[in-house]
Design a protein around this ligand. Structure first.
Ligand code: QV4
Ligand code: CA
Length: 512
């Protein structure tokens, strides 16, 4: 009785920090710009069988259609209404996706754009993905409805009406982010419109939300909205389950707004994670992998149970947002796989894997002039379907990092070692490092310019293990390097610095 009461109270208080994934599925994948139909297929044919816990989707609500440049990916961050109607699909397709993914135990997290509507210069008319009329100049959005008094103009004290100074807290929250019409979230009408939108999504079965631009909203306003949210749909979730909340707060230090201000609402995105890991793996600024020994809070990150982490996201993989040049992406595939491998092996945070589309990246004066390119599209502007090649990779310029063997197998690794402690750290003082996760898994990296040959304590039971990076266990055969763990847990590792992927990972489910 006492225990049940305790569990109930803990469940009620802490629900928003829990990703609500099914047991032993720990990672989320961001299927950036994918169509709902393709996501439904991917849940069934790939994500569920490979142990992915959930999918972050692009904003599902109606957005402005921008024609100069031609339908950039970022138009989806300019809402016109909360109708579920976008380039990814309509409401029927959305419902079908949530149902089919939930039915195979893969949950859906919605990117919620609630700080603002479209840009001030978006014009007037019905050039929106569902054809709803709006007028950006008069701040009229009848399809919500919002009108002038629902925006923050009177509160913003900057000269231009835009955020000009990130050291001025009220500007950051009450002025326009790059001219996006800033919602007055202190108004009951606005709070209830936003909550109605999120509750509709909860009713359809979503498991949680990425709160876009949370730094640009007062934590108490975000809380007032969250307090209006219903529990998750009991068709798929236990009664009383709260939506998982992770707030996009870019806090690299150096600004007055801190991620910790948002802990009361849910988790926050830890942007230092990808920026630092990229610097280390690139060996910039004198960084070495040996310094990763105290990775996590030891590096000044938010507490692990408040963090949502990733190597790159849809912004900083193309120079938007924060993180800078150190961010690793699929364009730097060899280093990227090591970084994602390290992230997935390490116990810190809830992990999100990025899944991108390719675009014609072209640098002029250090800036990618094609950073705006939308997803692969057909001549009529519709998004191309994700095709699957015979070798299981994706076609039509979808990169599908989550299907790269090394990344997919490390998603499995994280599930296998879930709950096990960080253990048996080893480093050579330079860029050769290794660590285990209790007696369930072990990983070793060689990011030095010379080969590695070392015997280490793995913590694993004796036996022959199949490396899940250079290949994997298939039935009872190993298509990869084999690692022999002796009765005392010791094993010898050999990694050439020019190996295709200079790291090895083994776990108890890959024992021969
Ligand atoms: C431009 C100028 C303005 C000018 C305006 C009017 O910059 O100064 O006033 O024109 O002429 C797009 C354009 C941007 C344009 C704006 C309004 O890129 O140049 O303003 O539209 O027309 C994405 C993109 C933005 C894009 C926005 C809306 O990254 O470039 O702006 O969508 O379409 C900060 C924030 C953080 C944010 C990050 C990018 O703290 O919250 O910047 N990250 C999230 C999302 C991101 C999204 C938004 C927030 C906004 O991850 O994808 O921005 O919803 O760090
Ligand atoms: Ca705001």
């Amino acid at each position: 009785m006492g225990i049940y009461f305790l569990l109930l109270v803990v469940g009620l208080c802490w629900g928003q920090y829990n990703p609500n994934t099914v047991p032993k599925r720990t990672s989320i994948v961001h299927l950036f710009e994918w169509r709902w139909q393709d996501i439904a297929e991917e849940c069934e044919r790939y994500l569920a069988p490979n142990g992915f816990g959930g999918v972050q989707i692009s904003p599902p609500n109606e957005n402005v259609i921008i024609t100069d440049p031609q339908q950039p990916w970022w138009e989806r961050y300019q809402p016109i209404s909360y109708k579920i109607c976008s380039r990814s699909g309509n409401e029927e397709e959305f419902k079908d996706m949530v149902k089919r993914c939930n039915n195979v135990g893969v949950h859906i997290y919605v990117d919620a754009v609630i700080n603002h509507m479209c840009g001030a210069n978006a014009g007037a008319g019905d050039h929106a993905t569902c054809g709803s009329y709006f007028n950006a100049k008069t701040e009229d959005f009848p399809a919500v409805p919002y009108s002038g008094r629902d925006f923050n103009d009177h509160k913003c004290k900057s000269r231009s009406g835009n955020i000009e100074d990130y050291h001025d807290i009220s500007q950051v929250r009450d002025c326009r982010l790059v001219s996006l019409l800033d919602l007055a979230l202190d108004r009951e009408h606005v709070r209830s419109r936003v909550a109605a939108y999120l509750n509709r999504l909860i009713g359809l079965g979503v498991a949680g939300f990425r709160i876009d631009a949370a730094k640009h909203m007062w934590p108490a306003d975000v809380k007032a909205i969250l307090d209006k949210l219903e529990d998750l749909n009991t068709q798929w979730f236990p009664a009383g389950t709260k939506p998982f909340i992770y707030q996009e707060v870019i806090d690299l230090g150096g600004e007055p707004i801190k991620g910790s201000e948002y802990f009361g609402n849910g988790r926050v995105t830890e942007f230092k994670y990808g920026a630092k890991l990229g610097t280390v793996i690139r060996k910039w600024n004198g960084e070495k992998m040996a310094y990763l020994k105290n990775w996590g809070e030891g590096w000044g990150f938010v507490p692990s149970d408040r963090a949502l982490v990733f190597v790159d996201n849809h912004d900083n993989q193309r120079g938007h947002g924060a993180g800078g040049a150190s961010i690793l992406t699929f364009w730097d595939a060899r280093l990227y796989k090591m970084a994602v491998g390290f992230m997935l092996a390490h116990p810190y945070g809830v992990t999100r894997v990025m899944s991108s589309f390719r675009w014609p990246r072209y640098f002029q004066n250090g800036k990618d002039v094609n950073d705006w390119y939308g997803p692969p599209s057909n001549a009529d502007g519709s998004t191309k379907t994700v095709t699957i090649n015979p070798d299981t990779t994706c076609g039509n310029d979808w990169v599908c990092e989550h299907r790269w063997r090394q990344i997919r197998n490390m998603v499995v690794f994280r599930n296998v070692v879930d709950g096990e402690p960080f253990s048996n750290w080893w480093d050579n003082g330079s860029n050769q490092v290794a660590f285990g996760r209790g007696n369930k898994g072990f990983i070793i990296f060689n990011n030095d310019d010379w080969s590695l040959n070392v015997s280490l304590q793995t913590g694993l039971p004796a036996g022959t293990y199949c490396d899940v990076i250079s290949g994997q266990k298939e039935d009872d055969l190993c298509t990869a390097v084999e690692v022999h763990v002796a009765a005392d847990g010791m094993a010898n590792f050999l990694i050439g610095n020019e190996d295709q992927d200079p790291f090895i990972a083994i776990h108890v489910d890959a024992k021969l």
